[in-house]
Design a protein around this ligand. Structure first.
Ligand code: FE2
Length: 325
């Protein structure tokens, strides 16, 4: 069984093809973010122009024809509405033209599941960190098997926080990786630290750091901002680890590409003899492979629904999704 998956929740239009759990292709095109950040209509235009090319590229890499595909998955949400609709429309078009089942996938579930799949872990907790989301998750069994949100950001995602700071500081390109580079030689400046149980907030930290621009060295601000935010995530994750009595942590989502966050998390985990698992960066960034993987799992577990259910939901929460496999 081969399944194609389309990811378009933000600036990436990704197309993956999975067959029996093996990722055969994972292609993408990325919208270049300007100093103003992401303008949804412009990103959606970019996806519309490039989407079919990426779909054809993925089929070529996988060595398959569209006629060889058994089902089509796409990102239902969460994400930017205009961007989500480009992937949804592409999936609907493929579904109608080739008479294929269509499978809506939750983006957060996909991030966790691809990391779990590639790490071969049994029952971990997950720290899911990206531009739009920051959550601590654990799978709960029962009548409605789902990912429980043990803790989460009360305002913005940690990735968005770092990106907004980078733009305010005039760092180019305005990415977390640029902030990480600048932060390498920084010294600590005290900053606001907000953790409530297993929840956290980032806007106070962002405002404070932004006001320091021009008053302190940029490397000191970048380093302190990054380490304060990551310490908050580590403290909340440590609490979740002890509460759930688990011994493995999945680090997933775009910010999982941060080597600093990974090393801080590993340092915390080692004091509890716990292991941290991270996927290769190709699968931490938004990608179609993770959507295809979950679509294949859903299809294999018997998920069947028509075009009427193939909608989008900008605020599609992970804890609303039943895990049926
Ligand atoms: Fe993502």
């Amino acid at each position: 069984m081969a399944v194609i998956g389309i990811e378009s929740s933000a600036h990436t239009f990704g197309v993956g093809i999975v067959e029996h759990g093996k990722v055969l292709a994972n292609c993408k095109s990325m919208y270049k973010i300007s100093d103003k950040g992401m303008i949804p209509s412009k990103v959606a235009d970019f996806h519309s122009k490039n989407g079919w090319r990426v779909i054809k590229e993925a089929l070529g890499v996988a060595g398959l024809r569209i006629e060889d595909i058994d089902a089509v998955g796409y990102t239902k949400g969460p994400g930017i509405g205009a961007c989500l609709r480009t992937g949804q429309l592409a999936a609907r078009a493929i579904s109608v033209k080739y008479n294929l089942p269509i499978i809506p996938v939750n983006h957060a579930v996909a991030h966790v599941e691809i990391t779990k799949h590639l790490s071969s872990t049994a029952d971990p907790i997950a720290l899911y960190v990206s531009g739009g989301n920051s959550q601590i998750l654990a799978l709960s069994d029962g009548d409605f098997k789902h990912y429980c949100v043990l803790g989460e950001t009360f305002d913005i995602g940690v990735g968005n926080m770092v990106d907004v700071f980078a733009r305010s500081a005039g760092l180019k390109p305005a990415w977390g990786s640029t902030v990480a580079k600048v932060a390498e030689n920084g010294s600590y400046v005290p900053m606001p630290y907000t953790v409530k149980g297993m929840d956290f907030t980032f806007t106070g930290l962002l405002t404070y750091a932004t006001k320091l621009i021009g008053k302190e060295k940029i490397e000191d601000i970048a380093s302190s901002l990054q380490d304060t935010a990551f310490s908050m995530l580590c403290e909340a994750t440590e609490r979740a680890l002890l509460l759930t009595k688990r011994s493995e942590i999945l680090l997933c989502g775009g910010v999982a590409q941060s080597t600093r966050l990974k090393s801080m998390l590993e340092s915390m985990a080692s004091t509890h003899k716990a292991k941290v698992h991270v996927a290769p960066n190709e699968f931490n960034a938004d990608n179609g492979g993770m959507i295809a993987l979950v679509a294949e799992k859903m299809f294999g577990a018997g998920y069947r629904s028509g075009l009427d259910s193939a909608n989008t939901d900008q605020h599609y929460r992970i804890d609303k999704v039943e895990i049926i496999w």
